[in-house]
Write a protein that binds this ligand. Structure first.
Ligand code: WT7
Length: 635
């Protein structure tokens, strides 16, 4: 029996039981057999959820890029590591072999060093989905610098907040980016952000769209000439297993974004292990995840997990709609993609278009289909299964989070029987549980509660950058000795899990995790706005859309409401990014509040969702009369 590659259901149960009975022996065997360590660990696991402190493979030394690149060179140096598919289908795809990746990462790493970046320094990466993005991530890891990738759809304000929080020394960006028929002025956004980022010493700029941009003397450098002059050899910095590998920001229900810190050894082991099993990757397969590397999905399942397995991983620069709605399937056919991993929101959008966009393409290479980011509804699941998988490719509905680093609950294709909308069973090593309203664990099946994890796993985030107290409060304080996910879930009669959605004020829009607080902050900055509350409501394609209730100041009351709406969304675009724009904005004279002054979002959510048959108890409200006013004016 192989722990590393599970092939049928009984094997899964055996492996799972082993992983719960002897977690340390289980992970030790996997770590030992499948990775390259410069020094062995002294201890597999040390943990205390009350502090919280979690350490995996303590004392071990390694470099993750030796595992993702160097060790594959002897046997498969000429194999394609990264297959780059450009935005424009008439531009040629690039097949970057493991040998080439080795050389390009080393050159880049030497440029970083030459520009003063050393082990432990933070580097912000703000790039479109071009090879330089994956290469710069790996170059940071090569020299032990901590990368902080910021999704290149975020605004200059959002970028500045993240740069300042981590006190990054450098930004890596490009002149601009292609997005379907549009181009975006990335360097201009960076320039705006850097007006308020004192820690930045230098900016490296990749040329992608050949636009005319400003280069600030002494600070900004074109990347290519530096790479041309750099050596293709760079010794890997030997890291401790628990040294930070990267920071990645995610929204919380309150406050500024949280810089989740992931460390090296455990993250590598877990992402590689789950990649192998969840996608059943076999040598020679071509794997494609459509996410952006700016999100955790891209970190773990475009870059680190696949490369640690010596896989071929596709990187797609463009969008599903350009030049038309057939683009995904054209790429599947062109590169004979075997595993395809995308988000439910993309499936729903594609399913609304005529089937003729699918039918012309040969999709027979597909073996495994995946989804991630939000619950997949039954209709979308069936469309995916019938039209893309032709009912032959199992669909893995993978539940996980930025904080978990890797996939936590998911079917193993060809082993776990799938049911639409169910993420099914925990991965080996993952011990989920459901908690009731009295903070007791609910035993048995056919039940529903709040989803927690009661034992550490190797890729869990270790802290929030600069704020360990917040890490403790957010994840380890709701329930004693358990990691709280923020999600609700049900467990059916066979023990399968179905994720029912967030139980806090985080809203998942098109698979993007948006906290209400930062959006409300942006809205409240408008000079005519006194107060606001944002809630989610169901949306056909996006899963959830955003509904804003806004109280105007007296001075704003006679302004044109449509103009105000435009200005508010413009502010949100500037402060956060277009993904956080409000779909509906209702102006109101008040918001329902409890006596302690807390907004009753439950009521606002129901009204926005057109579900007012049972608003629950409103008697504890300070201002119950406002509920009727809001209902009368709902959009
Ligand atoms: C939240 C985490 C993990 C990468 C993408 C999102 C929701 C994620 C599923 C799924 C139902 C899901 C949860 C989770 N979510 N996958 N398969 N079924 N919900 O990462 O931005 O950190 O968001 O996404 O609500 O808590 P993220």
């Amino acid at each position: 029996m192989s722990y590393y590659h599970i092939k049928h259901l009984e094997e899964y149960f055996q492996v799972y039981r082993k992983s719960v009975r002897d977690p340390e022996i289980f992970w030790e065997e996997i770590a030992e057999e499948h990775f390259l360590w410069r020094k062995r660990w002294d201890k597999v696991l040390e943990w205390d959820f009350s502090k919280p402190e979690i350490k995996w493979f303590q004392g071990a030394k390694l470099n993750i890029t030796e595992n993702c690149i160097d060790r594959h060179l002897a046997a498969k140096g000429d194999k394609t590591a990264i297959l780059f598919e450009p935005n424009d289908p008439s531009e040629e795809a690039q097949h970057i072999t493991y040998n080439e990746l080795h050389e390009r990462v080393n050159r880049f790493a030497n440029v970083l060093k030459e520009k003063g970046i050393a082990k432990g320094d933070r580097v912000c990466i703000y790039l479109p989905m071009i090879p330089e993005l994956a290469i710069s991530v790996l170059a940071c890891a090569r020299i032990g610098a901590i990368h902080s990738v910021v999704f290149a759809g975020f605004s200059s304000t959002a970028l500045a907040t993240r740069i300042n929080d981590a006190e990054c020394k450098m930004v890596i960006t490009s002149d601009g980016s292609f997005r379907g028929a549009k181009t975006i002025d990335l360097k201009g956004i960076v320039d705006d952000a850097l007006e308020s980022c004192p820690s930045i010493e230098s900016v490296l700029v990749a040329k992608r769209i050949d636009s005319d941009i400003n280069m600030k003397e002494g600070r900004d450098h074109w990347l290519q000439p530096l790479l041309d002059d750099a050596s293709g050899q760079c010794e890997a910095e030997i890291m401790n297993a628990e040294d930070p590998l990267f920071i990645l920001y995610t929204s919380g229900s309150t406050g500024k974004p949280k810089g989740m810190v992931h460390t090296t050894g455990g993250y590598m082991v877990y992402t590689a292990y789950t990649f192998k099993n969840v996608f059943q990757y076999n040598e020679g397969d071509v794997y494609w995840c459509t996410a952006d590397i700016g999100w955790i999905t891209g970190h773990s399942y475009i870059v680190y997990g696949p490369l640690a397995n010596g896989a071929t991983t596709v990187m797609f620069e463009g969008v599903p709609t350009y030049p038309d709605w057939g683009r995904f399937w054209q790429i599947v056919e062109k590169h004979k993609v075997n595993q395809f991993y995308t988000a439910p929101t993309a499936i729903r959008a594609l399913a609304k278009e005529p089937l003729s966009f699918v039918e012309g393409y040969d999709l027979s290479s597909l073996k495994v289909l995946g989804t991630v980011g939000e619950p997949i509804n039954e209709e979308a699941w069936h469309w995916y299964n019938e039209n893309i998988g032709k009912t032959k490719s199992p669909i893995v509905d993978t539940w996980w989070q930025t904080e978990t680093g890797g996939i936590m609950i998911s079917p193993i294709p060809f082993a776990t029987p799938t049911i639409p909308t169910y993420a099914t069973l925990p991965m080996p090593g993952i011990q989920p549980c459901l908690m009731d309203d009295n903070s007791e664990e609910i035993k048995g099946n056919s039940t529903e509660g709040r989803l927690c994890i009661k034992f550490p796993w190797p890729s869990m985030a270790r802290t929030i950058w600069g704020n360990h107290q917040r890490y403790k409060e957010t994840y380890f304080s709701a329930y004693e000795n358990k990691y709280f996910t923020g999600d609700g879930a049900l467990r059916d009669q066979t023990g399968y899990y179905r994720i029912t959605g967030r139980v806090d004020d985080v809203i998942i829009v098109s698979g993007h995790n948006l906290g209400t607080a930062p959006i409300e902050d942006a809205v409240n900055e408008h000079q005519a706005v006194a107060e606001s509350a944002i809630v989610g409501f169901p949306h056909e394609v996006k899963g959830n859309a955003l509904y804003g209730y806004v109280i105007l100041k007296e001075t704003g009351e006679d302004r044109n409401q449509d103009n105000l709406r435009k200005e508010i969304n413009q502010l949100i675009t500037e402060r956060i990014g277009p993904i956080a724009k409000l779909d509906k904005i209702q102006f109101t004279s008040g918001l329902p509040k409890t006596r302690s002054g807390k907004i009753m979002r439950r009521i606002l959510r129901k009204i926005a969702s057109n579900d007012t048959s049972n608003l629950g108890d409103t008697s504890t409200l300070l201002n119950p009369e406002v509920v009727q006013e809001i209902m009368d004016n709902v959009l």
